[in-house]
Design a binder for this molecule. Structure first.
Ligand SMILES: Cc1ncc(COP(=O)(O)O)c(C=O)c1O
Length: 321
């Protein structure tokens, strides 16, 4: 591809793409589509793709691969242990998410399983801005419960508030006092709060949550599956960051968390996930469960081809203008 640069009206370089892969779609007659919906009990998860024209079921695993990702997949180093593909991903995690210790897992919920297994006990309470289904399921499976602490504004559908994913700081302190810090294994912040329509939190809110976490000596866990979208909205909406880059905002956000996990199905490629931290003791606490549930520490249940695609895809977060 020749190195042609495009600029927007303010002379800011734009990254444009062209799509070169086509896939045949099926537009079956309306009678068959109605029949299929009926057969599936009007549950779209039960449809067969042969009956579906445009599949908008989920954002999960639907990313188109770039030419660079496909090229990297061809160079994957297939080894049970010590694969070069893993080291590329580890470097990408360190450069993009700013965390040097990395544990690969097969997808986001696998990270939630390992984190909950280690930290959540009977009677634990995990405060969070809002739940994601799989996060809540793992926390409750290990005997904990969750406390969802959004501001009331978040539930006002037509509100134009910029940061409806913000954690309600007053309620957070209240919940910590009621449950006592010893019963709170971590506070969970989810970037671009998925189940309320992808609403972001502000960096200032994350800083305030960090300060409360420090005050009560509680870990702060960031679900970064949708961090690109959250960082982009911070650039657009939080005045302090209007001249910052995606790389800077993402690093500022991840630096505030003790532990970051993600589903790569949304973040960077079409499969995979990971857990990362700069705290060796956290890494050590989680490490043993990766070979038990996922696979050896240098593949974690992900194919090496996918690991290559994840590494390239992570750098893609920097290119959003
Ligand atoms: C915010 C968030 N966290 C966790 C997950 C779970 O990830 P996975 O589907 O890869 O298990 C998802 C999936 O959609 C998600 O959106």
């Amino acid at each position: 591809m020749p190195n042609i640069k495009f600029y927007n009206g303010q002379n800011i370089p734009l990254e444009l793409h062209k799509t070169r892969i086509v896939q045949k779609l099926n537009l079956v007659p309306i009678e068959r589509r109605l029949e299929a919906l009926n057969e599936g009990g009007y549950n779209t998860f039960r449809l067969n793709t042969l009956d579906v024209f445009l599949d908008m079921l989920t954002d999960s695993g639907t990313n188109a691969m770039s030419d660079n990702q496909l090229a990297a997949m061809m160079q994957a180093d297939d080894a049970y242990a010590g694969s070069q593909s893993f080291f590329k991903l580890q470097k990408a995690v360190e450069e993009v998410l700013g965390k040097k210790y990395f544990l690969p897992v097969h997808q986001g919920r696998a990270a939630e399983n390992i984190i909950s297994n280690v930290y959540v006990k009977q009677g634990s309470c995990v405060p969070m801005n809002y739940h994601f289904t799989t996060a809540m399921a793992h926390i409750t499976q290990y005997g904990g419960k969750i406390a969802e602490l959004l501001y009331d504004e978040a539930y006002v559908i037509n509100s134009t508030h910029s940061f409806k994913g913000n954690m309600n700081l007053e309620k957070l302190e209240e919940v910590i006092k009621i449950h006592e810090p010893k019963n709170i294994p971590f506070i969970r912040m989810e970037a671009s709060t998925n189940l309320i329509g992808g609403q972001p939190f502000s960096v200032q809110n994350l800083r305030d949550v960090r300060a409360i976490a420090d005050k009560y000596k509680i870990k702060l866990v960031l679900d970064a599956s949708l961090i690109g979208e959250n960082a982009y909205l911070v650039l657009k909406r939080e005045p302090e960051f209007q001249n910052s880059s995606m790389a800077e905002v993402i690093k500022i956000m991840t630096d505030l968390a003790d532990l970051v996990y993600f589903s790569a199905r949304k973040l960077s490629s079409s499969r995979g996930g990971g857990i990362c931290t700069n705290d060796m003791s956290i890494y050590k606490e989680l490490e043993n469960l990766v070979p038990l549930y996922e696979g050896f520490l240098t593949y974690g249940g992900i194919s090496v081809r996918e690991i290559e695609a994840m590494a390239v895809g992570l750098y893609g977060l920097w290119t959003i203008p």
